[in-house]
Every structure is written in structure tokens, then in C-alpha cells.
Design a protein around this ligand. Structure first.
Ligand SMILES: Nc1ncnc2c1ncn2[C@@H]1O[C@H](COP(=O)(O)OP(=O)(O)OP(=O)(O)O)[C@@H](O)[C@H]1O
Length: 275
């Protein structure tokens, strides 16, 4: 699926800029002056141990959490150069799929697969009487489902799908906006090794066709060959940032996970073992 270039034409604008973001929950600083700058097309993995701040970073980007105000007027977060955007504008720039969302969409409240995808246009969970699905929306929803190899699931209830099937449908829902980037939180959680590999291959297709991928994970094994930029988080701080070869080292990962880790290679993918 080629990205819709009508809303952003200047590819020199960074996809995401975060400038010294700090987030306080209760008494604790759970993101501590975190700064990063990701370019359009810079497929990136954000890696860190449990509790390192990955979900907090996603909530910050999706505006479910706000950073501490800064003393000066510098914006803390810019998406495609903008520091103000509505939720629907954000969806057309960065599609976000998280485990929390999957839990919501696969709950027992009835929701058919095609409706789950096409209702993405209305930022709603399913279609209501006031939602007018146009032929273009229908076509885009079908195209997104086909892209995620989820067409055969049309007609099924979301609650009846396997973890991997439901995730493919939710990514299709995010794709109806033809976002420039996809931010996927733990995209392979709950998948068996074969499903994981098949799923990663469909993500590779997206990456090759112009969608910038931001993958948040604990697992080095999920870093696609197309991803060459890695951020390592530890205790709410950016510990290392750089190319895969520079960041995915025994020392770097041991530092991030607080245990001795040996990094290996399996074909185009990396692996990591505790030693
Ligand atoms: N509402 C909250 N109040 C207090 N502390 C919180 C709150 N939410 C998160 N935290 C703490 O912030 C830290 C970072 O949490 P976060 O969920 O961002 O980590 P994570 O890297 O996504 O972890 P995981 O890999 O386990 O999902 C953790 O220590 C967590 O306990």
C-alpha cells in the first residue's frame, strides 16, 4: 500500500521529534528527559526491559499522557513538524496498534471484522447508524485487509479470532488512513514461532512499500531486517541509540536488561540469549 502523500509532502521534516520529555506518575519520574528524532523512512526498534518506559513513551506520543511542562516555550513533541494535532490527524500520520487496543477490540461486545476495520474512518469501535461508509472507504478497508492477508476473516466476530488474526485486522484498521508510519507495541506478543515469522514478513512488505515502522518490543528476534535504527531504553532514559550493529551488542543489551546477554545472528535476524 503506498502512503497517501497529500497531507505531508516535505520528507525532510522529521517524523517524530521528542525534546527532553519527562513524565511524572505519582512521585516517580518514569520518563527522564528523553530526546529523540526519527526521520521518515527510518524504520526503528524501541527496545527495553519490563518497566523501562516503552508504553509510557507510546502513551506520550498518542497523547494519553502529557509531559511535564518545560520552562521555555520549546515544544516537547513534534509529529511531522507539528506540535498540535487532533487525534484523527495523528491517525493519518502515525497508526498505533497496542495490546490494550487488541483487548478492547476482542472483548465479548459483538464486532464483525470488516466493520472493525472500516469504522477506523470514524474513530469508532464498529459502525453506528450515523456512519456513512462511502465506496472509497469500503475499497480502502478491503485493500488494507488484503494487505494484511486478513480478507478471509471478513464475516467473523473479532472475539472469535486468534491473537495473530486479531492483530492483523487491527493493523488493517490502522492502515485505512494510509498513515506514513505505524507504531506497533509488542506486535508479536502471543504468536507462536511460525506465526511470528509470517507476521513479521507482512510487516516487511509494509516497510518496503513506504510505511515507516516503529516497533516497540522486548525481543531482539522481532527486529526486522529493514529496521536499522535501534533505541535502547532503561529506567525511563535513552541508554543507547544507533544502528543495529552498534547498539545490538553483548555489552549494550546486557546493560539494558541488567543481565549478561549474548547477541547472535540467525540469517537476517538477530537473536539474544541470557548467558
Ligand atoms: N500510573 C502509574 N503510576 C506509577 N507508576 C507507573 C504508572 N504507569 C507506569 N508506571 C511505572 O513506570 C515505569 C515504566 O512503565 P512502562 O509501562 O512504560 O514500561 P514498559 O517498558 O512498557 O514495560 P513492559 O515491557 O513491562 O510493558 C514502570 O516502573 C511502571 O511501574
Amino acid at each position: 500500500m503506498s502512503p497517501d502523500s497529500t497531507h505531508i509532502t516535505d520528507t525532510s521534516t522529521p517524523l517524530l521529534e521528542i525534546h527532553e520529555a519527562s513524565v511524572l506518575r505519582g512521585e516517580r519520574l518514569i520518563l527522564d528527559q528523553l530526546s529523540l528524532r526519527l526521520a521518515i523512512g527510518q524504520h526503528t526498534a524501541i527496545l527495553g526491559a519490563n518497566g523501562s518506559g516503552k508504553s509510557t513513551l507510546i502513551r506520550l506520543i498518542s497523547r494519553q499522557l502529557y509531559p511535564l511542562a518545560r520552562g521555555d516555550s520549546t515544544p516537547v513533541i513534534r509529529v511531522f513538524g507539528r506540535d498540535r494535532w487532533s487525534v484523527s490527524e495523528l491517525r493519518s500520520l502515525i497508526g498505533i496498534v497496542s495490546p490494550a487496543m487488541q483487548l478492547d477490540y476482542t472483548s465479548d461486545t459483538p464486532l464483525e471484522v470488516f466493520d472493525a476495520v472500516v469504522s477506523g474512518f470514524f474513530a469508532a469501535r464498529g459502525l453506528g447508524l450515523n456512519h456513512q461508509v462511502t465506496p472509497d472507504m469500503r475499497e480502502r478497508a478491503l485493500e488494507a485487509l488484503a494487505h494484511m492477508e486478513a480478507t478471509p476473516l471478513i464475516g467473523r466476530e473479532m472475539a472469535s479470532l486468534s491473537t495473530g488474526e486479531a492483530r492483523r485486522v487491527l493493523i488493517a484498521r490502522a492502515l485505512v488512513y494510509r498513515p506514513r508510519a505505524l507504531l506497533l507495541d509488542e506486535p508479536c506478543a502471543g504468536l507462536d514461532p511460525a506465526s511470528r515469522r509470517r507476521f513479521l514478513e507482512s510487516l516487511r512488505q509494509l516497510a518496503r512499500h513506504g510505511t515507516t515502522l516503529l516497533l516497540v518490543t522486548h525481543h531482539v528476534e522481532e527486529i526486522l531486517p529493514e529496521i536499522d535504527h535501534v533505541l535502547l531504553l532503561r529506567e525511563g532514559k535513552l541508554l543507547h541509540e544507533g544502528s543495529k550493529a552498534d547498539v545490538l551488542t553483548d555489552a549494550g543489551l546486557s546493560d539494558a536488561f541488567g543481565m549478561r546477554i549474548r547477541v547472535g545472528r540467525q540469517g537476517e535476524y538477530y537473536s539474544a540469549d541470557v548467558v
